[in-house]
Design a protein around this ligand. Structure first.
Ligand code: ZN
Length: 476
C-alpha cells in the first residue's frame, strides 16, 4: 500500500457510540494457534526489494495450503522480474468449485515488504516478536498478517467442508511496493488464469479505533486515484551570465510553476466519494459540514468543493491534484541556463485520462514550457468500482459480527495506489475489504519503524475472510 487511509479516518468521530458487543465472534484458539507460527515464519523472511526472498514467502504459504488439503496442482508459484536484476514471484491458488454457479472471485495481496534497517528499529525488524498485545516485525501490518489470515481462512473453510459455488482465486504479487509488474502481468498476460467477476483486495486495513478502544469506523475502498508524474521543461539557447537576457529558462519555469500552483482542477463527485461525503457530513455540524451538504446537493457548487478541499483531512478528495516535487536546471553558476525542469506529481481522479491532464497543464503553462509524462511510469485511468450490494453486505456483516452492530462503514476513494488499480483498469471491479484494524495514531507504522499489528486484529482477520467468503462464494 502506498498511502494510508488512516489519515482520513483518524478524526472521524465515533458518532454512533458502540455499546457492549453481544458475544462478538472470536477466532477459536485452535485456529489462533495456527496463525502465530505461520506469521512468524513469513515475517522472518526479509522479502524486501532486491534480495530475491519473495519466493520463500510464497513457498511458506503454499506449504500451509497443501497441508490444509489443497491439491498441489491448484497452487502455482510464478517467478517474474520486478525490475532489472530483481527476481520475485507471484503465488496463484485456485480453489475450484465442483459446481460453479457464478464467475470466480479474485483475492489480491502482496508478499513483498518495504526495506527496514536494524539501526532504525527498536528491535530486529525481521525477528517476529509478540509483546503487549502486538505482533511486531516488518510487514506485520503491510501486509503479511493479511496473507496469513487469508491462508488460514481458506484452511479453516476447507476443514469445515465448505464447498464454494464459484472458483476462489488467490493472487499474491511480489513487487507491489516497487514496480507492480506482478499486478501488470496479472491483469494482462495472466488475465486468462485470473479472470473474475470482481476482486477483493486485502492491501490496506479496514478499521480504526482510538486509544480508549472506541471504534472510529471501518472503510471499504472502491476507487483509486491514478498516479502520474509530468516533467515541465523549459529550454533556452543559454549564454554567458554576464549578459543576462529577458528570456531565461529558470525564470520561465518559475512562472510556469506559479500557474500550476494557482490552478484548480474541476471538482468531480463520483459514486464512491458521494457515499463517502454522505457519511462524513453526519460528523460535521459546522461550516465544513455545510460545505459537504451544499456540494452533495449541487455538484456544480465549486465554492463548496473548494472549501472541502481546503480542509487538510479531505485534501485530494474533490478533484485531481498536482504538485511540484522536484527541480533541476542549469549547468554552471556563471552560465545562462539551457534547460530547467520540474517534476509535477499528479493524483488524477478515477476515470480521467492522464493525457487529458497533460493537455490541461500544457494549455496552462503555454508554449514556452513543454509538459511530458514521466516515461518510466504511465498511469492507467481506473474507473470507480460500482458499490455492489453483495460485497458491501458481506463486508458489513463480517465487520459487525466481530465488532458490533453500531460500527459505521464508509466507502472511500483511496488517494494513493495499490495493485487493485491494475485490475480496475482491466475491467475487474476491485474492493479493498480487509478486516484488520489498528489504533490510531499509535499503530500507523506501515513502511515505518517498529511496525506492528494488534494480535487480536490478526486473529479477527481470519474470521473476517472466512465470513466474507462464506457470504460471497457460498450457496445463497
Ligand atoms: Zn501494502
Amino acid at each position: 500500500m502506498r498511502l494510508l487511509l488512516a489519515c482520513l479516518l483518524a478524526t472521524i468521530p465515533a458518532a454512533l457510540t458502540a455499546g457492549p458487543v453481544d458475544e462478538p465472534s472470536r477466532l477459536p484458539e485452535e485456529w489462533q494457534a495456527r496463525v502465530r507460527p505461520l506469521l512468524e515464519q513469513v515475517v522472518e523472511v526479509p522479502s524486501v526489494p532486491g534480495r530475491g526472498k519473495v519466493p520463500k514467502v510464497a513457498e511458506l504459504l503454499a506449504g500451509a495450503l497443501r497441508a490444509a488439503g489443497f491439491p498441489a496442482a491448484s497452487i502455482a508459484i510464478r517467478p517474474y522480474m520486478a525490475g532489472e536484476g530483481d527476481s520475485t514471484a507471484a503465488l496463484i491458488v485456485r480453489w475450484t468449485s465442483a459446481a460453479p454457479r457464478r464467475r470466480p472471485i479474485l483475492i489480491l495481496g502482496h508478499m513483498d515488504v518495504v526495506e527496514a534497517r536494524r539501526e532504525d528499529w527498536e528491535r530486529d525488524p525481521f525477528a517476529f516478536v509478540e509483546e503487549g498485545g502486538y505482533f511486531y516485525g516488518r510487514g506485520t501490518l503491510d501486509m503479511k498478517a493479511q496473507l496469513v489470515a487469508i491462508t488460514i481462512a481458506l484452511a479453516k473453510l476447507k476443514a469445515e467442508g465448505f464447498a464454494p459455488d464459484r472458483d476462489i482465486i488467490v493472487f499474491f504479487t511480489g513487487d507491489e511496493e516497487t514496480a507492480q509488474n506482478g499486478a501488470l502481468l496479472g491483469s494482462t498476460d495472466w488475465r486468462g488464469t485470473l479472470d473474475a467477476e470482481f476482486a477483493l483486495n486485502a492491501d490496506a486495513w479496514g478499521g480504526t479505533f482510538d486509544a480508549a478502544g472506541r471504534p472510529l469506523g471501518f472503510v471499504i475502498g472502491a476507487a483509486e486515484k491514478t498516479y502520474q508524474t509530468y516533467f515541465v521543461t523549459v529550454r533556452n539557447r543559454g549564454g554567458h551570465s554576464m549578459r543576462p537576457r529577458p528570456d531565461n529558462a529558470i525564470y520561465e519555469l518559475a512562472e510556469a510553476l506559479r500557474k500550476i500552483q494557482a490552478h484548480r482542477f474541476e471538482p468531480q463527485l463520483n459514486e464512491v466519494t458521494r457515499a463517502y461525503f454522505q457519511s462524513r457530513q453526519q460528523d460535521e455540524a459546522g461550516a465544513l459540514g455545510d460545505a459537504m451538504r451544499a456540494w452533495l446537493a449541487d455538484p456544480g457548487n465549486g465554492a463548496a468543493a473548494d472549501m472541502i478541499e481546503a480542509s487538510e483531512l479531505e485534501t485530494g478528495m474533490t478533484r485531481t491534484r498536482c504538485v511540484a516535487t522536484m527541480l533541476e536546471g542549469g549547468h554552471a553558476d556563471n552560465a545562462l541556463p539551457q534547460m530547467a525542469r520540474a517534476a509535477v506529481n499528479c493524483r488524477i481522479m478515477p476515470g480521467v485520462e492522464p493525457a487529458a491532464i497533460r493537455a490541461e497543464l500544457q494549455a496552462l503553462v503555454g508554449p514556452g514550457a513543454e509538459v511530458t509524462p514521466d516515461p518510466s511510469f504511465i498511469g492507467t485511468p481506473t474507473p470507480v468500482s460500482p458499490l455492489r450490494e453483495d460485497v458491501l453486505a458481506a463486508y458489513a456483516a463480517a465487520v459487525r459480527r466481530i465488532h458490533g452492530e453500531a460500527i459505521r462503514i464508509t466507502p472511500v476513494m483511496d488517494i494513493g495506489t495499490t495493485d487493485g488499480s491494475f485490475f480496475r483498469a482491466a475491467g475487474i471491479p476491485t474492493y479493498n475489504v480487509d478486516g484488520t484494524w489498528l489504533v490510531v495514531p499509535e499503530d500507523e507504522r506501515a513502511h515505518g519503524r517498529d511496525e506492528r499489528i494488534p494480535v487480536r486484529a490478526a486473529f479477527d482477520d481470519v474470521l473476517h475472510w472466512e465470513m466474507m467468503l462464506r457470504a460471497l462464494a457460498g450457496k445463497p
